[in-house]
Design a protein around this ligand. Sequence first.
Ligand code: ADP
Ligand code: MG
Length: 348
Amino acid sequence: VSGVSGGSEETNINVVVRCRGRNQREIKENSTVVVQADGVKGKAVGLMLGPNSLSNKSYTFDRVYSPAADQNMVFDDTVKPILDEMLAGYNCTIFAYGQTGTGKTYTMSGDMSETLGMLSGEAGIIPRVLHQLFNKLEIDDREHCVKCSFIELYNEELRDLLSIDESAKLKIYDDASRKGHAGTLVQGMEEKHIKNASEGIKVLQDGSLKRQVAATKCNDLSSRSHTVFTITAYVKKTNDQGVDDFISAGKLNLVDLAGSENIQRSGAENKRAAEAGLINKSLLTLGRVINALVDRNSHIPYRESKLTRLLQDSLGGRTKTCIIATISPAKANLEETISTLDYAFRAK
Ligand code: ADP
Ligand code: MG
């Protein structure tokens, strides 16, 4: 039996939307703003679909960030609570979902640089998580061990962004050793032990660079692949009586998904179409897994894609999931924006 949420267990899925400002191209092309968020961090987002207010459409989410919301705001009220869950020993996942060019990578990684150990204001979720995690572990002063891994999924194939062997493909196996919550093992995956935030950021930078190098060789790689940066924290704890040491292990997956436009479009050429089909498989299956969890179905189709197999022990059951849907405010992208908001809304 897989990790299905039952009676007493909660499915904890948070869905937020982030709208960026218009980019240079949208301004130059005079593409009007058709997306309206209420406040900097409200709960509703409105779309202007036609010339008058009768043709407006609005959605509500757990949180909606307008273009005025900065990286710190997103971290503070969306990410921090999930980091606390991870430190309490639960598996958590944060997804960035949206059309290419709407800010998925900006939101997840952003500016990865450090100056004298300080992050830039443009730093995204992963560098901020690493800093906050080690701050907390130092304050708590408990014995701990933190590891991270960084994987790319393209065409239903897993590549290790931390491995020296660039072409090595990773294989996923069912992990029979763990009773209770079913999970998978990735054979041969590098797990780097990190002693501080800077070491984790170095891992993120190096892996991202490898991905970029590959993306320049293969045009669509960056919009068609998913990346999963996983942080696992093992913390030594004591029970209420202050005795019986035990280790709590919490995991946080930070997922920069393939562009959501890949879910519908399939290129003209056969090869492209096949690729799009395969990318569809992980993106579509993720949507179906999340819908099944929200609807509390008894069958969750984890096994139907590599992405959902990889994340199986971190979706459903006693886990926390957050989907950050990123959108453009411009009329030129309205169709994709609607499809992103529909996908995100179904996950609520
Ligand atoms: P994606 O990963 O979804 O394809 P990117 O994260 O690469 O999109 O964003 C595309 C461009 O828009 C980048 O130059 C990025 O810095 C910028 N950008 C995206 N979101 C924001 C935002 N909220 N504020 C400022 N710049 C943004
Ligand atoms: Mg990106």
